[in-house]
Ligand binder design. Sequence first.
Ligand code: EPS
Length: 381
Amino acid sequence: MIRYFTAGETHGPCLTAIVEGLPAGVYIEKGKIDAQLAKRQKGYGRGGRMLIEKDTAEILSGVRGGVSLGGPVTIRIENRDWKNWSEIMGAWESNGKKEVTCPRPGHADLTGGMKYAHSDLRNVLERASARETAARVAVGALARQVLEPFGIKFLSRVVSIGKIEDRPDILDEAFYERAAVSEVGFGNENAEKEAKAYIDEVKKMGQTVGGIVETTVTGLVPGLGSYVQFDRKLDARLAAAVMSIQAIKGVEIGLGFEAARIEGAKAHDEIFYDGGFKRKTNNAGGIEGGMTNGEPVIVRAAMKPIPTQYSPLMTVEIRDKSPKKASVERSDVCAVPACSVVVENVIATVIADAFLEKFGNDSMEDIKYSYDGYVKRIKQY
Ligand code: EPS
């Protein structure tokens, strides 16, 4: 089982995460974590903060000579912007500047201020910020290194940005490779051009735009997760983890909401046998009864437009209750490609958790032994 916590404010000294449950004997490459962090910073429409940060993971415990020890792994990601905020966000000194009293519609500002009795809503936004997703990406990029020796791979793409849909002719490796390097996460060149033009338009309107992202996980054995208890169902765990990412308003697995609009014969995947149990289609998105069924797991998430609008919506000043324009915090016009990286790595952590739940948590040596035994047994099923 893998558990973790993240900590840190967007303008504090750093983000930290403590990961508990990583087995001993995992070969960990720092470069793989930093590559995911760098990818999260990219994307057409990203804001000024991304010009300041060069996110990289410092490992402070649980790893020796590139191999995990089995104890908690502490990850630290420096906030380079801290030097500009140390007098405002210092743990012991704060000059109280840059206070926020005009809550942004769509952000945690107003309700967070009520809940925690903050009269300066900066105290809310500092932790609610999407900056925290850098820590979650680092955790996922670490956790997925448990899965790589077992051939488990993650493929992600942006399905749409606002009203602009990507137009995959065929979802093959080449398409995913193009999507992986596209500034908008699209694999189709013309659709990419349209999306960039649209983001420019949205920026001119002083607004923001969200979109839909999709992650496909391949190489999974059947039987991760369980049907015996609601909180062990893998689809439930994936949905909760993805929904907990900033700005996510919807999560689908497989056909998702489309499954509610069609009859059973079109919705379910017929089974056949060809040296193993196979399915003709994958409308279930690789999960049936809360368990992987051996087909690729397909998860889609809907990201709302980021709440900070440079032509702000109306709000209420929390002290004098007067109608005001919402506060404008530095932000992104579009962070959908970044969201795609966050969703992929958050999914990786859930898959690693379910994988270790089934095959053990102590050492990669025992895990491989348990995995090989299971694969051998189900081949004879
Ligand atoms: C982000 C960091 C934040 C924002 C943005 C994305 O940095 P800063 O607040 O210093 O500009 O740019 O977060 C939001 C837009 C938000 O509303 O949370 C990041 O690291 O992804």
